[in-house]
Design a protein around this ligand. Structure first.
Ligand code: BG6
Length: 494
């Protein structure tokens, strides 16, 4: 039996939705970087497929400004485009997929050949596309893998329908559900930090940890993307997927092995201990313009011409989840995300309890272990120390592992690069399994229904601010102490 994973065989990467935004801005650049760095199988052919009638040169032209080309890479870039094809076809007609199949066949010399389909298509054509791939394009002499992007449905019912549809066409091992946060360096590092360091093990629990805050902040609004965003809102766009995935890696028990299914078994298990979020445990916000701001900052969400004037879609949300197991019972896991805020930041903040039996007159602040996902990957532990010198005062300081300082120019690859390469090698560790998705929707659907059914108005917050002022009270309610007395500064070389 031949090893079909072997990189010596021909592979075809078919990008459906090749004329769209995602393809142009993210997928073409990603496959180019993988190609440039010789990470892909030598005989890889790339085929763009979409409804737009256009030539490969036109695709190339549209991608140009998104592809980074270093001096000296020009020849390699020509080689990359020479390995590309573009094929215009409909999403719903089988005949077009049969023609696509013929085109793929042309490049599949030898006994083994593998195919990867990337679905960068709108959810409305998703079902047609997958049925047609199954009927006309599966590889008969190698593997066929399908990469899909969110939205995976918009609630439990629609997501189940989609999962059942896919399960009728492909095996779970063939389906790669991308959550690109799982491709980020520090998210991948969570398992190592937790399970390769004895020092954290004894304290990773309800006896020592007061609360866990997982945040996502963006300094820009929905500018131009409001039409798409308004149907989903920040809870579906970021919280139910990216932040919940991070939560499961922070909270899960140690997997039996590093086997992808062992890891995902643990992720699902911890999600199963979480009850659906209650309305009283969520705060939703929507940004309003800042009259003193610059450019887009002046405009609120409702002033985006693609957004309905009476929209109650949240652009900010803060929710507390409780994990009802022996390790975490009573420790709030706070998920917080928002657009049009004061900064770009994604991080996990594990806040330890107050030191019992205080002898420092209340001056000892809580320890925090912070995993900075972006920008500027870092891991730092906030702790108290004696102020250096004659005094006996306390100072807040940190043990700091800032990647740019420690690893110099270390090249941290983009999330999509890692994840697409994983599909070539058949590694599902960093992809979302069907049952994880089901649990995620179980946790979020009731509250989404309630927010939408009752037409609950989000609280306003100003573009460029830290978010709704009410959020600080909410954090305090969930046992997260924000002292404001200390701000981590990214270290620089002196
Ligand atoms: C996407 C969301 O999944 O993640 C976007 O749909 C968001 O709204 C983006 O801007 C953030 O990704 P990153 O990698 O820039 O943090």
């Amino acid at each position: 039996m031949e090893n079909k994973n072997d990189f010596q065989y021909p592979h075809t990467f078919i990008l459906l939705g090749a004329s769209g935004d995602l393809a142009r801005k993210k997928i073409y650049p990603t496959i180019w970087y993988l190609y440039r760095d010789n990470l892909l199988p030598k005989h890889t052919k790339f085929i763009g497929y979409a409804r737009t009638k256009q030539t490969l040169s036109e695709v190339k032209e549209k991608c140009k400004k998104y592809l980074k080309v270093r001096p000296g890479d020009e020849e390699k870039l020509d080689e990359f485009w020479a390995a590309n094809e573009y094929f215009a076809g409909s999403y719903d007609k089988r005949i077009d997929y049969e023609m696509l199949n013929q085109l793929i066949n042309k490049f599949e010399k030898g006994p083994v050949a593998n195919r990867i389909f990337y679905l960068a298509v709108p959810p409305t054509v998703f079902q047609d596309v997958t049925v047609n791939i199954r009927n006309a394009c599966v590889s008969i002499k190698g593997f066929t893998r399908v990469i899909i992007e969110k939205p995976f449905g918009s609630d439990d019912v629609s997501s189940d329908a989609l999962s059942n549809h896919l399960a009728g066409l492909f095996k779970e091992e063939q389906i790669y559900r991308i959550d690109h946060y799982l491709g980020k360096e520090m998210v991948q590092n969570l398992m190592t930090i937790r399970f390769a360091n004895q020092i954290f093990k004894p304290s990773w629990n309800r006896e020592n940890i007061a609360s866990v805050l997982i945040s996502f902040k963006e300094p820009f609004g929905t500018e131009g993307r409001g039409g798409y965003f308004d149907d989903f809102g920040i809870i579906r766009d970021v919280m139910q997927n990216h932040l919940l995935q991070i939560l499961s890696l922070v909270a899960m028990e140690k997997p039996v092995t590093l086997n992808p299914n062992d890891i995902r078994d643990e992720k699902v298990k911890v999600l199963r201990h979480i009850n659906p979020i209650e309305l009283s445990d969520i705060l939703v916000g929507q940004y309003v313009g800042n009259p003193e701001g610059k450019g887009d900052e002046k405009l609120g969400y409702l002033e985006d011409p693609t957004v309905p004037k009476d929209s109650v879609t949240p652009t900010y949300a803060l929710a507390a989840l409780n994990i009802n197991n022996a390790r975490w019972q009573g420790v709030p896991f706070i998920l917080r995300c928002g657009k049009a805020l004061n900064e770009r930041k994604a991080e996990v903040r594990i806040q330890y309890k107050d030191v019992p039996g205080d002898i420092f007159d209340g001056h000892a602040k809580r320890n925090e272990l912070v995993i900075r996902v972006q920008p500027g990957e870092a891991l730092y532990l906030k702790l108290m120390s004696k102020s250096p010198g004659m005094k006996f005062d306390l100072v807040e300081t940190e043990l700091d592992l800032t990647y740019s300082m420690r690893y110099g120019e270390a090249d941290v690859p983009d999330a999509y690069e890692r994840l697409i390469l994983d599909v070539f090698t058949g590694t599902q560790m960093h992809f979302v399994r069907n049952d994880e998705l089901k649990e995620a929707w179980r946790i979020f659907t009731p509250v989404l229904k309630e927010l939408e059914g009752k037409h609950i108005k989000p609280v306003p917050y100003v573009y460029g601010s830290r978010g709704p002022p009410q959020a600080d009270d909410k954090l305090a309610e969930y046992n997260f102490k924000y002292s404001g007395s200390y701000k981590w500064k990214k270290p620089t070389l002196s």
